[in-house]
Design a protein around this ligand. Structure first.
Ligand SMILES: Cc1cc2nc3c(=O)[nH]c(=O)nc-3n(C[C@H](O)[C@H](O)[C@H](O)COP(=O)(O)OP(=O)(O)OC[C@H]3O[C@@H](n4cnc5c(N)ncnc54)[C@H](O)[C@@H]3O)c2cc1C
Length: 424
């Protein structure tokens, strides 16, 4: 498989499936493709796996369960997403959190998430490269034939049979000069951080006390008004340690210098907030800021143009389709800057189908995508981008990719996906 060209110091590889991005969707895609026997390479630009789930410390997995008030959770997908969630639950010593309006999600520990991703990759014999940055993509008509990356400061060229883009940013399409779809409405970014040594283990008390401190501080001018979108991540308070989320008050589009400015602002804001709480809130008197997520949480990036575009009506009407490869159960979750979370619910105890066409490029035969850059309208994506659904679309994309490698039609792969994940 490997050809080492000593003259150019450029290694070349010919994997069956090349996956760009080792977040929730990427590791699920790697598992899905590898279990068919495909030879899989996964490239991740960070030095650890998990994407937003670990680099932004998201903290809860949504989209795993149906929305209802039953005492026991009902999984939206069995097979890979469920097995992953149950292992994560054990490793995190956690359990499903019953939130309002029948919503349920799984709080997790981010180190457990990283460990589980490592296990998935190793158990499936996936060739993983960390610190691997996609640099160049070349198309030949309707096929991608060459992908280059810089890995630990070394250039590697791949000639894959299929590429799966799970970068969350439609990076492959952008590097190949293909059209992508930008969001019209900005979704507010957030900075997540952890504090330890909090003097309560009651989340409701913490929540109310935090609100009181913020309101009082804004009133008397000791707390900055634009730090008011601060909340406790539900289900995170355990052993005097809690995860907090600060909504960031201004809009940042895909401009690299603006992104950096946002990150610097977020870190400064968190330090100031922690200091304020230590002085002004008795629950935080002995608390310390123990961690600031390395990545500021940017919710959406450019989306891919697929054969099918999942629409808001598909989500709200719980539409079912024959080529379903994943199921969505999370409401449409919108974050306007400076405003509270807005959720649009569809019927409880029901789901909408995500068609295979939303994971297939409209114009390139060997390009698939999964996770938060699938082909969906911005409202539909505000539901599908949750981690549970990313695991499901990732796993499906892995199987669809294997069909392309074997030069088979998608029908058999779709049946396999449906059998392994939709059984009750
Ligand atoms: C602040 C915030 C809070 C959220 N809260 C929740 C929540 O509570 N529950 C929930 O379920 N979801 C939540 N989400 C959404 C969810 O975290 C993400 O949508 C989901 O994790 C996306 O998974 P993914 O695999 O599609 O993409 P990502 O997790 O973004 O993974 C993409 C991966 O690709 C890598 N990559 C990118 N470009 C390149 C490149 N050029 N070369 C190599 N690698 C590359 C990245 O480093 C990353 O690891 C939240 C998101 C944010 C931002």
């Amino acid at each position: 498989m490997w050809v080492n060209n000593f003259l150019t110091n450029n290694i070349m590889a010919h994997p069956d499936v090349l996956i760009i991005g080792g977040g929730s969707a990427g590791i699920a895609a790697a598992a899905g493709a590898a279990e068919t026997g495909a030879d899989v390479v996964l490239l991740e630009k960070n030095t650890f796996l998990g994407g937003k789930a670990t680099a932004a410390y998201v903290g809860t997995v949504c989209g795993l369960y149906y929305r209802n008030d039953d005492p026991v959770v009902r999984y939206a997908a069995n097979g890979f997403p469920r097995v992953f969630a149950e292992k994560l639950q054990r490793l995190s010593d956690s359990s499903p959190f019953f939130y309002k309006h029948g919503l349920r999600f799984l709080p997790y520990d981010h180190l457990a998430f990283i460990q589980l991703c490592d296990d998935v990759v190793q158990q499936n014999k996936v060739t993983l490269y960390l610190d691997a940055h996609l640099m160049h993509v070349e198309k030949d008509g309707h096929r991608i034939h060459k992908v280059s990356a810089v890995i630990h400061n070394r250039s590697i060229t791949f000639h894959p049979k299929v590429v799966i883009d799970t970068s969350g940013e439609s990076t492959v399409a952008r590097f190949a000069g293909m059209d992508t779809v930008e969001n019209k409405t900005y979704q507010a970014a957030a900075q997540i951080f952890i504090m330890t040594g909090i003097a309560t283990d009651d989340e409701q008390i913490l929540h109310l006390s935090l609100l009181r401190s913020i309101c009082k501080g804004i009133d008397d001018g000791t707390y900055q008004k634009h730090y008011d979108m601060l909340s406790v991540v539900p289900g995170s308070l355990k052993r005097s340690r809690a995860v907090f989320k600060l909504g960031l008050p201004f809009e940042v589009r895909n401009d690299p210098s603006e992104m950096t400015r946002l990150q610097l602002f977020a870190r400064k804001a968190v330090t100031e907030i922690a200091h304020y709480l230590q002085i002004h809130n008795h629950l935080f008197k002995n608390a310390v800021l123990s961690m600031i997520a390395p990545e500021t949480g940017i919710r959406t990036g450019p989306r891919n143009a697929g054969k099918t575009v999942l629409q808001k009506e598909d989500v709200m009407d719980c539409r079912k389709v024959g080529d379903a490869v994943a199921r969505g159960t999370w409401p449409i979750e919108l974050w306007a800057p400076g405003k509270k979370l807005h959720l649009e619910y569809f019927a409880s105890n029901d789901h909408y189908d995500i068609p295979a066409g939303a994971l297939q490029s409209a114009s390139v035969t060997n390009l698939l995508f999964a996770g938060r850059n699938i082909s969906a309208s911005e409202d539909a994506l505000a539901s599908t981008r949750v981690i549970g659904t990313c695991l499901a679309t990732g796993y499906a994309a892995g199987h669809l990719a294997a069909a392309v490698v074997r030069d088979e039609s998608y029908e058999a792969a779709i049946t396999t996906i449906q059998r392994s994940t939709f059984f009750e």
